[in-house]
Design a protein around this ligand. Structure first.
Ligand SMILES: Nc1ncnc2c1ncn2[C@@H]1O[C@H](COP(=O)(O)OP(=O)(O)OP(=O)(O)O)[C@@H](O)[C@H]1O
Ligand SMILES: [Mg+2]
Length: 630
């Protein structure tokens, strides 16, 4: 069971170090799992308490340094200057750590604006030691913290002016900031003056149904959650990744593109079993190589996105490997599974097999999954008529009205400002051909940009996970999509831009909104096996006249042309059509109702889940227990 919703409490590994005047630790205590809580003492001062269920250690947060450079990896250190003690926290769920630090920062600065008691007054007050949990951050706390920061940053009043003293006191009270390390208060002088330093800690909001999935995951259950395209499954997965302890959590997906959305790696790379087509013994041997074994031994929470593309045989193999390596008879060796995807989208890749089986048809599925949940609210599209059209296509139902609408869309004029719609193709060679031809048709010389990779040994992995290629050829007028690194791995994609070149030789991209920007190389960092970090530095661009439907799974597109004549998989047409944000932004070429197919086994599986739901009469209609199913 992991910690709940309290933003002033964290469950993590803690080391407390008592330092001497040279900064060396004279005493050290390790708490493998402790709760760190922000509270107040009997004098209403802010206190940080570390408790592992035995004797608590409490430190007053008066004069502190905070080292939070690695907060996104779930690590940070708080140094208490008067006591010369530091508390090192690690393996914190990154999102929770960020909220915790923000709460600490606001409460601490708000407290600094109040009247503090001196040591003598405290002695005279003769109060008993007390620790009470801190109240949630209120608007007034934020206002006080902002007022304090404004005072610190205000220009110095002239000597002798009454405000001079106030400035000086606030500056002196300001949290000490070590060089080259940012603390939890915003960096001084870099912000426009009028902007508040803090706002109420509002995490990006999950819908009610998304929250109930998160709760189920945090309660430790093995969860499979599904939902049609655009219901926010990957959005929620990112939040789940940020809410689990990083050391024991592995975020994976069946494809490299999907993995990069959630800041993870491919399931194959995590498992280290090559293609997974070898015998169980061979796969087990591969999984026990020194570079791979730590993945398995440290993994306690395994996340898999786009589960519809994971083959049943592979899932069964992984389950056996997990039990064997973990030496545990529990399903999946006791690893918590968080699986996500829509089985009515792309099926597992056949790799020579005639009829690959879906993951839910795996022998171990039933014993592995405790809960199946469904997200029902579509977030990608807002037009209800378009959402209904997509829903019937998902179920493989193509009425005459639907056919008529899709045929009509062929005449949609979606090009804007000379930008051609991105074409979604069924086959990879069509994509390459389209992009190459379009580039060739442009006048003028081309420029080649080569990536700088950290380690050629990991080239294959980098090529699979990194959204940008090693070589990028561009010409003036090329249509590209841009990828922006957000945080350590997450990326944001923007489409349909035109290229020219700046004097520096770097491409200048004109965005759809009219803004023009010179694009500089970015660095993508990935975790390879054995905990090594590998990276690629390259321009965050890719040619975007065409993308394959397989690569587009998980994307949202504003301006898209879809060619469905060579559809070869069930769910493929639905994946392509459901990428469009709006019906008006989509043009379907050569539509034929027979390309829309929903797999009968999947439909039956979903029907069973729904039926069970009715039997159980669970109030929330999307909450289903897997018990007695399949
Ligand atoms: N709670 C939310 N608040 C704001 N935006 C959201 C929320 N949930 C999802 N979205 C947005 O909805 C869009 C679709 O979300 P997402 O890509 O996660 O859907 P999905 O279910 O994974 O779709 P697919 O099955 O196609 O992969 C994204 O633009 C995402 O940012
Ligand atoms: Mg998704």
């Amino acid at each position: 069971m992991l910690d709940g919703d309290n933003p002033a409490e964290l469950q993590c590994t803690v080391v407390i170090e008592w330092l001497n005047s040279c900064g060396q630790a004279t005493k050290r205590r390790l708490f493998k799992r402790a709760s760190v809580t922000i509270g107040r003492n009997e004098f209403k001062e802010i206190v940080l308490r570390v408790h592992d269920g035995k004797i608590p250690h409490s430190f007053t947060v008066s004069d502190v340094q905070l080292f939070n450079r690695f907060a996104k990896d779930g690590k940070c250190t708080v140094k208490f200057l008067p006591e010369n003690v530091q508390v090192l926290m690690s393996d914190c769920p990154p999102d929770r750590l960020s909220t915790f630090l923000k709460t600490l920062s606001i409460k601490h600065l708000a407290w600094k604006t109040s009247k503090c008691l001196g040591d003598r007054a405290k002695l005279l007050a003769c109060k008993n030691w007390r620790f009470e949990a801190i109240s949630p951050v209120q608007k007034k706390d934020v206002e006080k913290a902002n007022a304090f920061q404004n005072k610190v940053n205000a220009p110095m009043a002239p000597a002798g002016h009454p405000e001079r003293r106030a400035n000086t006191t606030a500056r002196a009270q300001q949290v000490k900031r070590p060089r080259n390390l940012c603390d939890f208060s915003p960096i001084k002088d870099k912000r426009p003056e009028k902007r508040p330093f803090f706002t109420l800690p509002t995490d990006y909001q999950l819908s009610r149904e998304q929250s109930s999935v998160l709760d189920a995951v945090l309660s430790g259950k093995n969860v499979f959650f599904t939902g049609s395209a655009g219901t926010g499954k990957s959005f929620l997965l990112k939040r789940i990744v940020g809410s689990l302890p990083p050391k024991s959590t592995y975020a994976t997906a069946s494809t490299g593109v999907a993995a990069s959305y959630i800041g993870g790696t491919t399931l194959h790379n995590f498992a280290g079993i090559g293609s997974g087509l070898g015998s169980l013994e061979q796969c087990l041997e591969l999984a026990q190589r020194p570079m791979v074994l730590p993945n398995w031994t440290s993994c306690q929470h395994l996340i898999i996105d786009e589960i519809s593309m994971v083959d049943a045989q592979l899932f069964d193999k992984l389950e056996t490997i997990a039990r064997s390596i973990k030496r545990s008879p529990e399903p999946f060796g006791g690893i918590q599974l968080i699986l996500c995807g829509d089985f009515l989208q792309l099926p597992p890749v056949s790799k020579g097999k005639d009829n690959p089986k879906y993951c839910f048809q795996a022998r171990c599925w039933r014993k592995c999954i405790h809960l199946c949940m469904e997200l029902t609210e579509v977030r990608r599209q807002t037009d209800q008529a378009f959402i209904s059209l997509l829903q019937s296509l998902r179920m493989g139902r193509v009425t005459e009205v639907v056919t008529g609408q899709l045929l009509k869309s062929a005449s949609h004029s979606i090009e804007r400002d000379g930008i051609i719609a991105t074409r979604l193709c069924t086959h990879k060679d069509d994509v390459e051909l389209t992009n190459e031809n379009k580039l060739k048709q442009l006048q003028g010389p081309s420029r080649m940009f080569e990536a700088v990779d950290s380690d050629p040994h990991w080239l294959k992995l980098i090529d699979t996970i990194c959204p940008v290629g090693r070589l990028l050829q561009l010409k003036v007028g090329a249509q590209v999509r841009t990828f922006t690194c957000l945080r350590l791995f997450y990326l944001k994609i923007t489409y349909n831009k035109h290229v020219s070149f700046a004097c520096s030789g770097l491409p200048r991209v004109q965005f759809l909104c009219g803004v023009t920007k010179v694009i500089k190389p970015e660095r993508w960092v990935f975790k390879a096996n054995g905990g090594t970090y590998v990276s690629r530095q390259q321009l965050p661009l890719k040619l975007a006249w065409a993308i394959s439907i397989h690569k587009s799974q998980g994307m949202t597109l504003d301006c898209v042309e879809i060619s469905l004549a060579r559809v070869f998989e069930s769910g493929q047409a639905y994946v392509a059509l459901s990428r469009a944000r709006s019906f008006e932004g989509m043009r379907v070429l050569d539509f034929n109702p027979c390309v829309v197919q929903a797999n009968q086994d999947v439909l039956q599986f979903y029907r069973k889940l729904k039926k069970e739901n009715v039997h159980m009469q669970v109030p929330s209609s999307n909450f289903v227990s897997i018990k007695n199913l399949c």
